[in-house]
Design a protein around this ligand. Structure first.
Ligand SMILES: Cc1ncc(COP(=O)(O)O)c(C=O)c1O
Length: 431
């Protein structure tokens, strides 16, 4: 590689940023800082009902209905929305993209701390599906190699593999998640064959909200020389997550669900030892450490190699602010509160003869998603009933043929809303 003759694409694209000294601090104007600063949260040590009501004030989310669809799309707090808005205004006034190394480093630093990974192991992407595509298309797989996934994957975690199967003849095999960690491990290991090269599972299923034993799965995969891929769209921002603890090879997530970030944001984690094994397949500006037509391209030494072209920098900056927001509250506290409300919901409904709870019941097998189905009522009718009579935004679950109804409980939901759901389902059971 003739490094000196390389076109410095990153440097070229960053021209003009030096005049933008204001970024990113100025992305929050004084008035916005005053109204939505996190000081009130920082200064409140208790995590009691009053605290969560304070948290709720940080969201423009309507109180006209209870929003239980964070698993589909999270609501952003004011501080995130205003940060994005302000940065767009500034950048549009200057006609700049706004991607400086300083802005990028700061987002990745925050993301790294949030998921317990090195900043260099993180790429900023547009969504979880994009991250999954980077992995599924980048791994060195050949015809006949098997990828093992659960029957409960979301379309965004399944299609990247099925697309690779169409193009390159890999084989996608499935197994059912069990009712608990042991059941899942049993089903998974029974499905592993000599040809299994990848195990790709959701951290938390989008269907029943089952928390899969990802650490055990990754330990097992490592012991068999199998790559481990985790789709964490439903997990990051939902419960505390550590890449180091899980020990996965790759992890994908959305920024616009439980992380409360702006729409069209996501993260891709690739363990640093694997960067050279997972080929970046969509590349352009920023993917490289340098390139020319004689020597070709040298990839960026970090996970930045999976990033390419022009970004919407304000939304990525907003994702960093969303991480600040969640970190200020503390992910342990977020999880404990939402999980307690989910447990309360399950306990209130589990004895009803008309209600089937599809969410696994073990304390560590579910988090803050509850999925139910009625024996006496069609699920679409149940959803309509809860929407019209109880003002609840729920989500229909078609995946894995479940025909069920899911609620995602996050930090802006409160006990009254959860009880509205319980009451609505109980009433449906009497219909
Ligand atoms: C498990 C899982 N993976 C992937 C996705 C897709 O997320 P995105 O639209 O951010 O790509 C979802 C969305 O609900 C999901 O639940």
């Amino acid at each position: 590689m003739k490094r000196r003759t390389f076109v410095k694409s990153v440097g070229t694209a960053a021209i003009g940023m030096s005049s933008l000294k204001l970024l990113p601090e100025s992305a929050q104007s004084a008035s916005v800082r005053d109204r939505y600063a996190l000081d009130d949260l920082r200064e409140t040590p208790e995590r009691d009902n009053a605290f969560w009501e304070l948290v709720r004030h940080h969201f423009p989310l309507t109180r006209e209905r209870a929003f239980f669809n964070t698993g589909g799309l999270g609501a952003s707090p004011h501080i995130v929305i205003e940060a994005v808005r302000k940065m767009i205004d500034e950048l549009e006034a200057m006609g700049e993209v706004g991607r400086s190394q300083r802005v990028w480093d700061s987002i990745k630093e925050k993301a790294g701390q949030f998921i317990d990974a090195e900043p260099d192991e993180i790429a900023l992407t547009g969504c979880c599906t994009e991250s999954m595509n980077c992995i599924a298309n980048g791994l060195p797989l050949k015809r006949g190699d098997e990828v093992l996934v659960t029957t409960h994957e979301h379309v965004g975690g399944a299609l990247p593999w099925l697309g690779r199967a169409r193009r390159d003849g890999i084989v996608v095999k499935t197994f059912k998640p069990g009712k608990n960690a042991a059941g899942t491990m049993e089903n998974m290991t029974a499905a592993v064959s000599k040809k299994t090269r990848v195990i790709s599972v959701s951290h938390i299923t989008c269907t029943a909200g089952a928390v899969l034993p990802v650490r055990e799965i990754c330990d097992y995969a490592r012991s068999k020389n199998i790559w481990s891929v985790i789709d964490g769209a439903q997990a990051i921002g939902h419960l505390p997550v550590s890449m180091k603890d899980i020990g996965c090879d790759c992890y994908a997530t959305s920024g616009h669900k439980w992380m409360l970030g702006p729409k069209r944001t996501g993260l891709l984690f690739v363990r640093k030892e694997l960067l050279d094994s997972i080929e970046p397949v969509v590349i352009g500006a920023y993917s490289d450490a340098g390139w020319d037509f004689d020597s070709g391209v040298e990839y960026h030494p970090t996970a930045q190699r999976y990033e390419f072209g022009t970004y919407n920098v304000p939304v990525m900056h907003g994702l960093g602010v969303a991480i600040d927001f969640l970190s200020t509250i503390g992910m342990e506290a977020v999880y404990e509160r939402s999980h307690a409300l989910a447990a309360e919901t399950i306990n209130a409904l589990r004895d009803s003869s008309e209600v089937e709870i599809l969410t696994p019941l073990g304390e560590n097998d579910f988090a803050s998603i509850v999925t139910v189905r009625m024996k006496n009522m069609d699920t679409h009718d149940l959803q309509r009933h809860l929407s019209e009579n109880y003002r609840l935004r729920t989500r229909y679950v078609a995946e894995a043929g479940l025909n069920a109804l899911r609620i995602s409980i996050h930090l802006y939901n409160n006990r009254d809303e959860v009880h509205r759901f319980i009451e609505g389902v109980r009433e449906a059971a009497r219909m």
